[in-house]
Write a protein that binds this ligand. Structure first.
Ligand code: AMP
Length: 284
């Protein structure tokens, strides 16, 4: 595996692959890699001749400075795990490499319309703009044929698809299923910040979503929404930031079962100062 840190290194590694006519899959990550990330890497290895993975904690997508400061960073372990999995390229740029103009001079601006105005877009102002900026810059450098994203960040996939559409980017976006712990908790780099009691109670997030998926015949959507919010909030250390039941394509809230063909429940829960997200398909 080649480890690249500069623009020159990644560009020349990618150029070699292109020259040889080999296909390239790409997985952008913020590191602290776990089996959720690795499932994307394995899918890319299966689909493509070569696989590149970036590890970059992107400052422009954090609206909360404390979240950025405390975000787990385990670069050496990440490199070892990527090597063991069989990735071909790890791209680990510095902030200066990704933003040579300086963070205060970053000017790109994205308008994702209604897709970006709800849920994470409403709760984290500027977040999706930062995601758009960094993913576009990474796409420009890596020039992959396909890029892999986890459905855990459900709205993010819709944002990336919209960006690719708006900017005419010729990269196939591949969504990958959520990888969970044995008890159901969605794997997340932020899980390592939970203490033992918080971790124990956090399982109620996914368990409540699973229960909701079983109650779809019995409840109207407003009833189901209340059920999820009340059940999760009844767990002492869990605090629901939002639970929205949305059209899986447009991300817009739906109020009745026949309003959309694909209906997804998306939740964000604060566990102490750790913010966890999860989602479940309720109809498809
Ligand atoms: P992150 O490092 O959190 O920015 O995530 C990088 C990529 O890994 C994103 O496309 C995430 O959706 C994906 N990912 C994170 N956690 C999981 C998981 N539990 N299952 C599947 N994909 C995941």
């Amino acid at each position: 595996m080649i480890v690249c840190t500069s623009r020159e290194e990644i560009s020349s590694a990618v150029e070699q692959i292109r020259k040889q006519g080999r296909s390239l899959g790409f997985i952008p990550t913020m590191g602290a890699l776990h089996q959720g990330h690795i499932s994307l890497v394995k899918k890319s290895i299966a689909d493509n001749d070569c696989t590149a993975v970036s590890v970059f904690v992107n400052p422009t997508q954090f609206n909360n400075p404390n979240d950025l400061k405390t975000y787990p960073r385990t670069v050496d372990a990440d490199i070892a795990l990527l090597e063991a999995t069989g990735a071909d390229i790890a791209f680990i740029p510095s902030v200066e490499t990704m933003y040579p103009e300086g963070l205060e001079n970053v000017t790109e601006s994205y308008d994702f319309g209604a897709i970006g105005a709800v849920m994470e877009g409403a709760a984290r102002p500027g977040h999706f703009n930062g995601v758009g900026i960094v993913v576009h810059r990474l796409f420009d450098l890596v020039k992959p044929d396909r890029a892999y994203f986890g459905m855990k960040d459900f709205q993010q996939i819709a944002i990336i698809r919209e960006m690719v559409r708006q900017r005419n980017i010729n990269i196939e976006i591949i969504p990958c299923p959520i990888v969970r712990e044995a008890d159901g908790l969605a794997l997340s780099s932020r899980n390592t910040r939970l203490n033992e009691e918080q971790r124990k109670q956090a399982v109620q997030i996914s368990q409540t979503l699973f229960k909701a998926a079983e109650l779809t015949n019995k409840y109207s959507l407003p009833e189901l929404k209340s059920f999820v919010i009340n059940t999760v909030n009844s767990v002492p250390l869990l605090d629901v930031e939002y639970f929205e039941i949305v059209d899986g394509y447009t991300m817009q809230p739906v109020n009745s079962w026949n309003e959309a063909t694909w209906i997804v429940g998306c939740i964000t829960v604060n566990v102490g100062d750790v913010r966890l997200i999860d989602n479940i398909t309720l109809k498809q």
